[in-house]
Design a protein around this ligand. Sequence first.
Ligand code: NAD
Length: 252
Amino acid sequence: MSRTAVVTGGASGIGAATVRALASEGYRVVVADLNADAARALADELGGEVRSVGMDVTDEASVATVFESVTADVVVHCAGVSVPGAITELELSGWRTTVDVCLTGTFLVLKHAGRHLSDGGGIVCIASLNGRQPGTGMAAYCAAKAGVLMLVEVAAMELAERGIRVNAISPGLVDTPLVAGVAFVPGLREEYLENTPLGRSGRAEEIADLAVFLASDKATWMTGAAIDLNGGAHLRRYPDVLGKVRALAQGG
Ligand code: NAD
């Protein structure tokens, strides 16, 4: 019998690539996204066993409803946002939005997926290189993603008694709508790639392939792991995002 997967943030970028990869592996897939129209469009395009649902990962009732109504075996949790800004300038609302979606959203998904996922299921959370590598101007995102990595470890211990595995992927720069702003900051992409041994950004499909592996029966002994998937960028240093944004603002 085919397995059922829920992909949060499944309407765009890494999530959408994961939906496609899971569908091609024969999963029934639920595309769960705040952008219900985009989720529906992807489900309509793929047809077959792919359907969509509106979900806000910051809203407990919304998350609970999805996991109560779908008997899922696999969850790939991709929903995320980033509000940038120096700590001394970042509005509290920007901090809260980032932490709400990235960290509290992960807690709510782990809580309700953890209650309802079938025994032996798999949860994959998309964290970030910034969960372990600090970036100037990215305090909220870095702090939230570091929290995600720790949440994944705690969840892996707590859910192991039901055979549910919980793992994280920490991508580096992947070309998706989330990072479209990078192109507008002169030198930022170049400095990032200089610090990436394999010398290129990632493709959403490359993250999706690992997510499918981690969710599958080929990874049945893996839990509580965080896998760097970034062309080796974790081996060097993160670019000075804030310095480059300030230079741009000063016309430099
Ligand atoms: P994306 O912007 O293309 O997709 C994010 C999706 O999340 C969107 O469809 C959006 O509607 C959805 N979303 C936002 N807020 C939501 C909410 N409250 N509830 C439900 N859905 C919500 O971004 P992406 O690059 O595909 O990012 C996917 C994940 O990968 C994120 O967690 C992001 O932090 C992480 N990540 C991305 C990169 C990168 O370079 N693109 C690098 C490291 C980590």
